[in-house]
Write a protein that binds this ligand. Sequence first.
Ligand code: 0X9
Ligand code: ZN
Length: 304
Amino acid sequence: RLGTDCYRSHEEINNYIEDLQSRFPSRVHVRHVGYSYERRDLKTILITNGDGVKNKKVIFVDAGMHAREWISPSTGLYVIQQLVENFEENKHLLEKYDWVVMPMINADGYEFTRSSPDNRMWRKTRQPYEDCIGVDPNRNSGFMFGYAGTSDNPCVDTFKGPYPFSEPEVAVLRDVLLSLKGRIDFYLTLHSHGAYIIYPWGYDYIDAPNVDELETVAQAGFNAIFKHSGRRYKVGNSAKLMYPAAGASDDYAYAEAGARISYTMELPSGGSRGFDPPPSDIKSYVEESWAGISAMAEKVIELY
Ligand code: 0X9
Ligand code: ZN
């Protein structure tokens, strides 16, 4: 069992989920879904309760989109652990829904941030464009591509890329989401930092059609986290509460993959730069976040 005492490499995460599949073959299915630009193996893990019922609806969680947001994959991993290794306590979350977790989207960027303290604040992918490297994967999706909060400059942190899904990692995420189209009731993408639960639309200051549902489920997360740790997450429309940003995965999942509930969760800050909570804090952060995530899942189960 992987502890929460340190940040894990992409390879450790992949090995861990492969290991889970051998330990729990009736409940865990790991799939290779594609390669990063630098040919790292991208995987998803499908978690079920083992009852053999096919094509249940899905709760989808992804992590590791922005390279420097290390608490994100740690949290994704914790979600997997809770659902698989702590099955008895959490099996009520797996009756109506299967969970699909993609624990590391931007594997190249993540490994780059681990390679040297000088690279710790890298955000983007690692594919070169002109004189600079990388695209912001959260500006690279095809819904309202380039509309607001994006850059045409390859040297900027919010570079949207030359065209939608130019980044293999983002194209892989698209394909995984589209393969589950219509089955996803809840899409959650884990980022950091700032303690926000934010929902569509994110490309502009516009309320989504089911804003009331989006608000209700997010409030369940807010309440659970507040009860757990006293932290007050900020909840609301993504553009209004943070800033407009087009081409993000939350809008894409909502608009194109039919995810009724779609959130970006900005996990809490930590460390001197906000993106680098000390390893000793990982445990309390992931436990707190799981309180929120499981409460939101319970609310989705109750509503749909
Ligand atoms: O800017 C982002 O991509 C996200 N914040 S972060 O600090 N993790 O980079 C927020 C994205 C919110 N979603 C949309 N605006 N659609
Ligand atoms: Zn982010």
